[in-house]
Design a protein around this ligand. Structure first.
Ligand SMILES: [Zn+2]
Length: 197
């Protein structure tokens, strides 16, 4: 990730081979979490900012029960990012963590502004799309091609085929499409309208 903004952020096709992209420095988790949070707060004019608790150990108590994975708890308007998810994200790279943070922030905004879709996979895919828009729009961080690939790779990894389950968040293909749609919309000017359902 780079601390600059370029509106012409090129989106890479999924077929791009990682090895072809030069290695770059990765940000530490704290820099990613703080940077993404600050950027999204800025987008929302510092309104309705959810509280953030990150590096949460698995099974820690919260107002919404024990935390087993990163989540947004509406009961106390708080985003929880787990240590396990941070480690999982870094199998892909720093931008993958940025995507997780942006996704949970998106859930907070769905709730705060009352537009959360009632069907689980739809609200999850909308959060993915919104996360993509956030990452494309935040003024303090630039996501390059490798970052985009990291994000898409994590989105694919966390997709599932549990149709009918209330935990179904969307298939791998749907999750990649949703977050990439959001990132593209940040660049082509459609912005959040692209995530309307
Ligand atoms: Zn979610």
């Amino acid at each position: 990730m780079k601390a600059l903004k370029a509106l012409t952020t090129a989106l890479v096709s999924l077929s791009t081979v990682l090895a072809n992209i030069p290695v770059k420095a990765e940000w530490a988790p704290k820099a990613v979490v703080d940077g993404v949070y600050a950027g999204i707060q800025h987008i929302h004019g510092y309104k309705a900012t959810p509280r953030l608790i990150w590096d949460v150990a698995k099974g820690s108590p919260s107002r919404c029960g024990r935390v087993y994975g990163s989540l947004y708890c509406k009961l106390n308007h708080t985003v929880y990012i787990t240590r396990q998810d941070i480690q999982m994200a870094y199998h892909f790279g720093d931008a993958a963590l940025a995507y997780i943070v942006a996704h949970e922030y998106a859930h907070a905004m769905q709730t705060a502004y009352g537009f959360e879709p009632r069907i689980t996979p739809i609200s999850e895919l909308q959060a993915d799309c919104l996360a993509g828009v956030y990452l494309g729009l935040i003024p303090n961080i630039v996501f390059d091609e490798r970052d985009t690939l990291e994000i898409a790779s994590l989105a694919y990894h966390i997709g599932d085929y549990d149709w009918g389950s209330r935990h179904h968040h969307g298939t791998p293909e749907q999750r990649v499409k949703a977050v990439v749609l959001g990132m593209r919309s940040a660049v082509n000017g459609k912005s959040f309208a692209a995530c309307r359902v």
